[in-house]
Design a protein around this ligand. Structure first.
Ligand SMILES: [Zn+2]
Ligand SMILES: [Zn+2]
Length: 166
């Protein structure tokens, strides 16, 4: 088993969630501009998904419906040469003022299995924070090439059942 000392993940805040950046205690948090997105009217969410993954960032956004759709489309856009898949996201209800990040980190579970933010990033998971405070972690669709090239040999993906009927 290989141990990696490289930390893969940081966070990038969508425009609607910038106020939550300071809640992410101990994590590195970037703005869209800082990962190379030109922010303005009509910034395509698809570009955010791809840039975030390339920059090693989990997306934090209040725009759940659009980003769930973009994450699905991204997995369909992949070719053998290029992968457009996302690197995980946190969606928050509108009006949320702060995140209990440390508590959230301790309690992250997928189907009852303990996971961490690296799993969220590498396995493209969706951490959905409900208005009630309940946190639900779901798998997002992954592309066939990711399954073929990575999932089959990855202990984490196997354990978390990534790419199996997603
Ligand atoms: Zn892909
Ligand atoms: Zn994996």
């Amino acid at each position: 088993m290989t141990m990696s000392i490289i930390k893969f993940w940081d966070f990038v805040c969508d425009e609607d969630s910038l106020h939550l950046a300071e809640s992410l205690t101990g994590a590195r948090v970037f703005t869209l501009a800082e990962i190379g997105i030109t922010v303005g009217r009509g910034t395509p969410d698809a570009a955010v998904v791809q840039h975030a993954r390339d920059a090693g960032c989990i997306v934090l956004t209040g725009n759940k419906s659009d980003f769930v759709r973009e994450m699905r489309l991204a997995a369909q856009r992949c070719t053998p040469a290029e992968c457009f898949e996302g690197g995980g996201m946190i969606t928050v209800p509108s009006g949320l003022e702060r995140l209990a990040f440390a508590k959230m980190t301790r309690n992250l579970r997928l189907d009852g299995e303990k996971i961490d933010w690296e799993d969220v990033f590498l396995c493209n998971l969706h951490v959905d924070i409900h208005r009630s405070g309940v946190i639900v972690v779901k798998r997002l669709p992954v592309c066939e090439f990711f399954v073929k090239n990575h999932v089959v040999d990855c202990e984490v993906c196997q354990r978390l059942k990534i790419g199996i009927g997603a």
